[in-house]
Ligand binder design. Structure first.
Ligand SMILES: C[S@@+](CC[C@H](N)C(=O)[O-])C[C@H]1O[C@@H](n2cnc3c(N)ncnc32)[C@H](O)[C@@H]1O
Length: 218
């Protein structure tokens, strides 16, 4: 895949590649209608299109990210309908076979989310769940019968909280894959705060990335 990343847009991190691997291994994009919410540079949307999706829509709150996603789709010769907006607002009433999500999930100093700038790609409130909770609560009505949401997050932002919330919204949910590794750069810069809050154990310097799937019944 050919990609460019505009200044002010997040360079696709390792969690993005992890999610793409799970999507491809399970053939989830084959002939599917796909929504990539929190699209950033659009790499998940483009990967879904290249993996055989029938139609791909991408959403980001950042105008620059939307333009970046459109350019990356064009560079790869695929069609992605990229739109600017908050979470599912631009697709109210629509349903998708597959929803991909790499949301901001890093615990931050305050509950106030950034209104602009690169930190909007990762800051997610004091427990890291501001966007995760909204995603879990609002995703089910956006799925076609039998459709799936595939999302990635760190275990530091709460594994059971995600599974419980997806199940409470009527989906069956499970962790599809997990990968342990060193703390990422943003988390590493916040270890003192995260230890103080009990999110990181003293001297803990690893986290687990989780790819979580949620399915709507047919
Ligand atoms: C972690 S980045 C993911 C980028 C891309 N999907 C990837 O994997 O490289 C999160 C993205 O979510 C966007 N974002 C943050 N809050 C949002 C919201 N309320 N609605 C839609 N997009 C949002 C940010 O602008 C950022 O591009």
């Amino acid at each position: 895949m050919r990609t460019v990343v505009f200044p002010g847009v997040l360079r696709p991190p390792s969690d993005c590649r992890f999610l793409v691997e799970v999507m491809r291994d399970r053939g989830l994009a084959d002939d599917a209608t796909v929504l990539d919410v929190f699209t950033g540079s659009g790499v998940l949307a483009v990967a879904a299109a290249l993996a055989g999706a029938r139609r791909v829509v991408a959403i980001d709150i950042s105008r620059r990210a939307v333009l970046n996603a459109r350019l990356n789709a064009a560079l790869n010769g695929v069609r992605v309908h990229a739109m600017r907006g908050d979470l599912f607002a631009p697709v109210a009433g629509a349903r998708f076979d597959l929803i991909l999500a790499n949301p901001p999930y890093i615990p931050s100093e305050s509950e106030n989310l950034p209104m602009s700038g690169l930190a909007r790609a990762w800051d997610a409130g004091t427990d890291g769940r501001a966007l995760l909770d909204r995603l879990c609560d609002e995703v089910a009505p956006r799925l076609s019968p039998g459709g799936a949401v595939l999302m990635v997050q760190s275990d530091l932002a709460g594994e059971s909280a995600t599974l419980d919330r997806l199940r409470a919204s009527g989906l069956s949910a499970e962790v599809l894959d997990r990968r342990k590794g060193p703390l990422g750069p943003i988390v590493s810069s916040r270890t003192e705060m995260l230890e103080r809050r009990g999110i990181l154990a003293p001297d803990q310097r690893t986290e687990e990335l989780l790819v979580i799937g949620g399915w709507r019944s047919r």
